[in-house]
Ligand binder design. Structure first.
Ligand SMILES: NC(=O)c1ccc[n+]([C@@H]2O[C@H](COP(=O)([O-])OP(=O)(O)OC[C@H]3O[C@@H](n4cnc5c(N)ncnc54)[C@H](OP(=O)(O)O)[C@@H]3O)[C@@H](O)[C@H]2O)c1
Length: 325
């Protein structure tokens, strides 16, 4: 597995397995299949509601000695309800307990959105709405300065609970501000990126600041069709340039898109609940796209963001909460 060298000296495996929407009962078998097939990077989050199942899967692969803990890269994410300094450590410790680990390789602030606190004992994962039993359930914002959250994240590194800290769904202005006070700089920025949302300026800025980028939803609309946040017509796999490249290299359209993702210098964390697709999504290192192929896939960009709190916050959680505008 190829890796990306972070400013801390750690090596982030280029292809990871993302666990959003993976059914808890299937997680354990998929973790074993993935690690046996060469995956060394697991992209988890409190919000995905399956960290305890990933933890059982990790315990199983370590017990069977399929790989060692040191060879595995495990990411988790601080959810929006835990941004206050006094809640950050408890949230990280809950993820560690569920994942059956004594350290995380990477802990990310999941979104630059701070929601009203919900105690872990009351509901976990808390989800996006404050009170699901209310007559009209909705997200309830409770702003916390990112600086306060970041300093608490830094304390996790100092306490040895976390090796690297980073951010997700942040734009350049917020990162620039964060870098003005960060004692420990972010190692990784995780953002939505695929051929319809290439994010060239954000990538260039991250590179300039020596922050590695992980692209989430690297296959684009595929993840969003089933939850009503994209349409069949938004799927990039059918694009002629992708199909031509797939035929030329004897690869699937998904492999072309994923190869484009890593060849841009990013890590990617594709999700699949199907073992054969997990194998497909990691078989990306025996071919290379030409400069012309890279350019023509990048030219598909139309700044189409599928995962936008400014849209789903209102449609699904009853609260208008734009973060990118
Ligand atoms: N930081 C954030 O805010 C954030 C947000 C979203 C996602 N993420 C992370 O990024 C990961 C990946 O993103 P994602 O799950 O949204 O999208 P994705 O990995 O781009 O796409 C997943 C979708 O593509 C299908 N698929 C996977 N491999 C395929 C293949 N080879 N051929 C055809 N279809 C294929 C999957 O279906 P099957 O499962 O049926 O194969 C699923 O519907 C997440 O799991 C999560 O870890 C992070």
């Amino acid at each position: 597995m190829k890796t990306i060298k972070l400013h801390t000296g750690d090596n982030l495996p280029t292809v990871g397995f993302g666990f959003w929407k993976v059914e808890p009962e299937t997680v354990g078998g998929l973790v074993e299949h993935a690690v046996r097939g060469g995956y060394r990077h697991l992209d988890c989050a409190c919000d995905y509601g399956n960290e305890a199942d990933v933890g059982k899967g990790i315990a199983n692969v370590l017990q069977q000695k399929i790989c060692t803990r040191e060879e595995l890269w495990v990411t988790s994410k601080l959810f929006n309800t835990y941004h206050r300094a006094e809640h950050v450590r408890a949230a990280a410790e809950k993820s560690l307990m569920d994942l059956q680990l004594d350290y995380l390789d990477l802990y990310l602030i999941h979104f630059p959105i701070s929601l009203k606190y919900v105690p872990i004992e009351h509901r976990y994962p808390p989800g996006w709405v404050y009170d699901p039993d209310a007559e009209s359930p909705k997200m309830e914002l409770s702003p916390v300065p990112i600086q306060e959250t970041w300093q608490a994240m830094e304390e996790l590194v100092e306490a040895g609970l976390v090796k690297n800290i980073g951010i997700s769904n942040f734009g350049t202005s917020l990162i620039r501000d964060l870098l003005s006070y960060a004692k420990i700089r972010p190692s990784v920025l995780q953002i939505e990126s695929h051929p319809y949302l290439t994010q060239e300026k954000l990538l260039r800025y991250a590179k300039q600041e020596n922050i590695a980028v992980t692209a989430y939803s690297p296959l684009g609309a595929l993840s969003y069709v089933s939850i009503g946040m994209a349409e069949q017509g938004d799927i990039v796999l059918e694009q002629p340039v992708v199909q031509v490249a797939a035929r030329h290299h004897g690869k699937t359209a998904a492999q072309i898109i994923l190869r484009w993702g890593i060849q841009r210098g990013n890590a990617i964390v594709p999700k699949s609940s199907r073992p054969e697709r997990l194998d497909e999504n990691i078989a990306l290192f025996d071919f290379e796209l030409s400069d012309a192929e890279m350019r023509s896939i990048s030219a598909l960009n139309c700044n189409h963001r599928f995962n936008d709190p400014g849209v789903f916050g209102e449609e699904v959680f009853n609260t208008f909460c734009p973060i990118y505008e």
